[in-house]
Write a protein that binds this ligand. Sequence first.
Ligand SMILES: [Zn+2]
Length: 414
Amino acid sequence: MGGEGFLTLCAVFRVSPEPVGEPLLLSLLRRYRDALNYSIKRIHGYMEENGLKKTPGDGAVHGLLYEELKSRFGLPSRIAIDCYREAKSILKSWLGNGGNGRLPRARRPRMWLTERYGYRVKDGYVEIIGGLRLKIIGWDRRYDQYPSRQAVLTYRNGKFLLRVAKMVPKPQPINPVDVLAVDVNEKYIVAGNHRVEHRFETAVEKAVRYRELAERLQRKYSNGSYRAWLRRRGIRDRVRRFHEKARSIIEDWARKTSHEIVVVARQNNYAIAREDLTYLVESLRKLPRQHRTRLVLLGYRRLGYWLDWQCEKHGVPCIAVNPKDTSSTCPLCGSRLVESGYRRLKCPSCGFEADRDTVAVLNIRRKALAQMGGSLTTPTAPQMTDVAPNRCGEPVNRPKGNPLLGRGGGQQYA
Ligand SMILES: [Zn+2]
């Protein structure tokens, strides 16, 4: 999607159909969503019947679905084509992520629109196929000058949103003079090196509260193994909203924090180094599946994802290091550290003593420097280290792959 030298960003517009158009549009988006979910199942079924490992070609998918999407779901021809193409792309990315668990499913009314054929932005209006016109209410103008790619129109909480993928040139990468190492634990993220240290709290506590609210409701409306709450729509919706809220707290936190860290790195000409979290995620997986563990896991994964993305967007090199011994080795002489008080470690050989997180940060930096070899630029001036991180939030940007799929990298393309 992104291509060489380009990033795919997502500009969000709030749009509103003319009053008469609203029921019409909503019905179209609902039929599209149903047709999309149907297409995903159908293509997947076809792959299983034929022992295919990859999604079939456009010709085969067209033969499989085109007529049916038109007759059974009442989609106009062009939209039927977009629909099976989107189903294919969702399946592809699901398979690319291992293809585990349930098939991906769209929950909210939505529609994929291809550039030129599917939609056109003109004079403050979006014209979509079938003669529907949507007035643009909130216009994200930051990426106006860049070419638009495909878009997704969704309906959520009574509002229509159009997310347009934009091709934006990648920034010139910086020549790093040093490394800003990022260490995460359940409570804090520490970004630092031998000169600076920034600490950020994680959002786990805040998110856990919502998970607990959901759990309390589930318990209250259960009787032994009979889960009555599943049968009561109002309760089920509330439970779902609490879970969604917990996830979105983690997501927002990961996006904002990674942005702040990468901005600091960019301003100081630092590369970013972080632990390769694969090992960590594996060991956490073995723990009991409690809410807290799951949220911590989710946080790690989302932070890693957004860090990589922000690095790419800001032209900051990003290095993943092996986390082995990062919090038990002396960053100065390499000896094994011993405990010396609460979360503090001391080196018996050289006397170095520091906080556990500081030790990790210094070791991650050291490993990253070793991996980079001699590729650092020599600083010509003392580095500014007291720059306040930018606090402004980032737009809902999507990294590589289809930028318009749902948030959270989960399986729901809401
Ligand atoms: Zn030492």
